[in-house]
Write a protein that binds this ligand. Structure first.
Ligand SMILES: NC(=O)c1ccc[n+]([C@@H]2O[C@H](COP(=O)([O-])OP(=O)(O)OC[C@H]3O[C@@H](n4cnc5c(N)ncnc54)[C@H](OP(=O)(O)O)[C@@H]3O)[C@@H](O)[C@H]2O)c1
Length: 178
């Protein structure tokens, strides 16, 4: 069954990027590319990916190799350039696109790549099963948030990959006070 999985790296204080969308804080960290939380291993389980338009724009401007050759859905209200034949554009609630995403994933998982607002939209629609987050030993004080809503999660496990703690969570649902 297709799972929706938010797989990303974050600062210790919960930012995906700085205020200017820079990932310099991330690229200076030490990581074993084949160690726990490796992107290549994760991608073997993924059949489609979704991202917001800032994330897509960042990839277009910095490294198009970050676009794997799988169906890729960019959420935007704008008319953006499709970098390759795998890119489609969507708008509105993730729930409106559930059938499209599941069909595109062909029995594998959907990678929710970010940002945090889109991840929260998926969680709010009941379309986020897991969060896998690699936490870097750095704080930014401000930036683009890891998550844009209030949800309960359950820690399922964690591993170390050099500078990173790789934490795996199941998403329980909207935050409750009990
Ligand atoms: N640390 C990491 O591993 C990691 C991972 C992912 C991303 N990042 C970075 O984190 C930053 C995230 O940027 P961000 O916070 O601006 O988030 P984002 O999700 O990348 O982009 C947000 C934009 O996506 C569009 N959007 C979102 N939901 C939508 C919906 N339901 N329907 C239509 N359009 C929708 C809207 O823009 P428009 O409608 O105006 O197009 C919105 O302003 C980027 O710099 C990215 O490179 C880092």
């Amino acid at each position: 069954m297709t799972r929706y999985r938010y797989y990303t790296a974050t600062t210790l204080d919960g930012f995906l990027a700085d205020d200017d969308h820079s990932l310099a804080w991330l690229f200076k960290q030490d990581i074993d590319e084949n160690g726990p939380g490796s992107t290549d291993a994760f991608l073997t389980e993924v059949g489609a990916q979704v991202m917001g338009s800032s994330t897509y724009t960042w990839v277009l401007e910095h490294d198009r190799d970050w676009l794997p050759e799988i169906p890729t859905f960019v959420f935007t209200h704008r008319d953006l350039e499709a970098a390759n034949d795998h890119i489609s554009f969507l708008a509105g609630s993730p729930a409106d696109h559930r059938a499209t995403l599941v069909a595109a994933a062909s029995g594998r998982d959907v990678w929710v790549m970010g940002g945090g607002g889109l991840a929260a939209e998926f969680a709010g629609a009941g379309m986020l099963d897991e969060v896998v987050v690699s936490i870097a030993p750095v704080t930014l004080g401000s930036g683009k948030p890891l998550f844009g809503g209030a949800f309960d999660l359950e820690l399922k496990g964690c591993e170390r990959n050099r500078d990173f703690v790789v934490a795996h969570y199941d998403v329980r649902g909207p935050l409750t006070n009990q």
